[in-house]
Design a protein around this ligand. Structure first.
Ligand SMILES: Nc1ncnc2c1ncn2[C@@H]1O[C@H](COP(=O)(O)OP(=O)(O)O)[C@@H](O)[C@H]1O
Ligand SMILES: [Mg+2]
Length: 351
């Protein structure tokens, strides 16, 4: 539904150049909720602004719903109308809502319809329908200043849906909201995704958002996409930073004295059927090894149970080839744990 190829954005200001996007290839499938995470400055907002051509990419292409927007933008003013039309099928939700305080809630939702030239009656009908969809039917005549943050964002979402978009872009839509409100806005996005078949590309710095609503995710760093895939594939990928961020595992090997006592610490990821089988106890019984659990995290992602566990086995890694092979044969991902100074600095900092 959204494909970017070699997308590059270089900002030039006062003789300085900043490469915000450096050859981004992204593929968002129709009907999925796709999350982009990364630290502040990674290029997330630039990416989303280039996807709807609010920002002209320096090079590369953006194809949304089969239309090459970059080609349209390059064809001068003639293509302008066509580009505007294509863009009206892409809704956008902002962190700070960007509502007009001089208009009522309904007036705000009607605005994009006015721009599209929809006549008054039809505009009002459509706006009220959309407000019903986001649970604000009773607030049509309210002023934005009277609304809570969550309600404002619902208005922002209703407005974004005015052009019957097939794609919704969201830049940190929940970052200004408290956790409970965040949850309800995410549930709304999920519902819209399911009910309307809306494809959602959202940017966030909160891994919980990815856990709650995303089917797929990408990690950005320094203008590049360094990991991307479905959340369950990422969890099954050894060494995946996103998997580690989604399921941070603490747990250090306990010091048992005797420096010559070798131990192996591994991180095990369960997904799909393997989560419901008692594999650790079978491992212990079958091979007669004592397994210590140092840390564990379980959650439901996209309705499926997934989890990670850090376990410790006696002996060196090489000595444990057979028990580790047993776990892998049963569909678990097993990798040597990073026991020293966990790298948990990938995602952080809002904006
Ligand atoms: N309009 C702009 N002019 C110049 N530099 C910009 C502009 N917008 C963003 N940047 C720079 O591009 C890089 C990526 O920014 P941004 O896309 O906002 O990242 P993120 O949303 O991940 O925080 C940063 O170094 C930022 O300072
Ligand atoms: Mg940003």
């Amino acid at each position: 539904m959204i494909t970017t190829t070699g997308l590059t954005k270089v900002y030039r200001s006062r003789g300085r150049e900043v490469t915000a996007l450096d050859g981004v290839d992204l593929h968002v499938r129709e009907g999925e909720v796709f999350g982009v995470v990364g630290r502040s400055g990674a290029g997330k907002s630039s990416l989303i602004r280039c996807v709807n051509l609010l920002e002209r990419p320096t090079s590369g292409s953006v194809v949304v719903d089969g239309r090459d927007l970059t080609a349209l933008a390059g064809r001068g003013p003639r293509a302008g109308a066509e580009l505007r039309r294509a863009r009206s099928r892409i809704g956008m939700v902002f962190q700070h809502f960007n509502l007009l305080s001089s208009r009522t809630v309904q007036g705000n939702v009607e605005l994009p319809l006015e721009i599209l030239g929809v006549p008054g009656r039809e505009r009002a009908r459509k706006a009220r329908e959309l407000l019903g969809l986001v649970g604000l039917a009773d607030h049509a005549r309210s002023w934005p200043a009277r609304l809570s943050g969550g309600q404002k964002q619902r208005v922002g979402i209703a407005r974004a849906l005015a052009g019957d978009p097939k794609v919704l872009l969201s830049d940190e839509a929940t970052s200004a909201l408290d956790p409970e409100t965040t949850r309800s806005v995410l549930d709304l996005l999920r519902d819209l995704n399911r009910q309307l078949g809306l494809t959602v590309l959202l940017i966030t710095h909160e891994m919980d958002v990815v856990k709650t609503v995303c089917d797929s995710a990408a990690l950005m760093r320094d203008g590049k996409v360094v990991e991307s895939g479905t959340v369950s594939d990422l969890l099954a990928t050894p060494g995946s930073e996103l998997a580690r961020e989604l399921f941070p595992l603490g747990g250090r090997s306990r010091d048992r004295g005797g420096a010559d006592e070798e131990r192996t610490v591994v991180d095990v990821t369960f997904h799909g059927e393997s989560t419901t089988r008692p594999l650790i106890s079978r491992l212990s019984r079958t091979y007669g090894v004592d397994v210590s659990i140092l840390g564990a995290a379980m959650d439901t992602i996209g309705g499926r149970q997934v989890g990670r566990m850090r376990i410790e086995l006696p002996g060196r890694f090489e000595d444990n080839a057979v028990p580790i092979g047993f776990l892998r044969e049963h569909g678990l991902t097993v990798e040597a744990a990073e026991t020293v100074a966990e790298a948990t600095e990938t995602v952080k900092d809002p904006r």
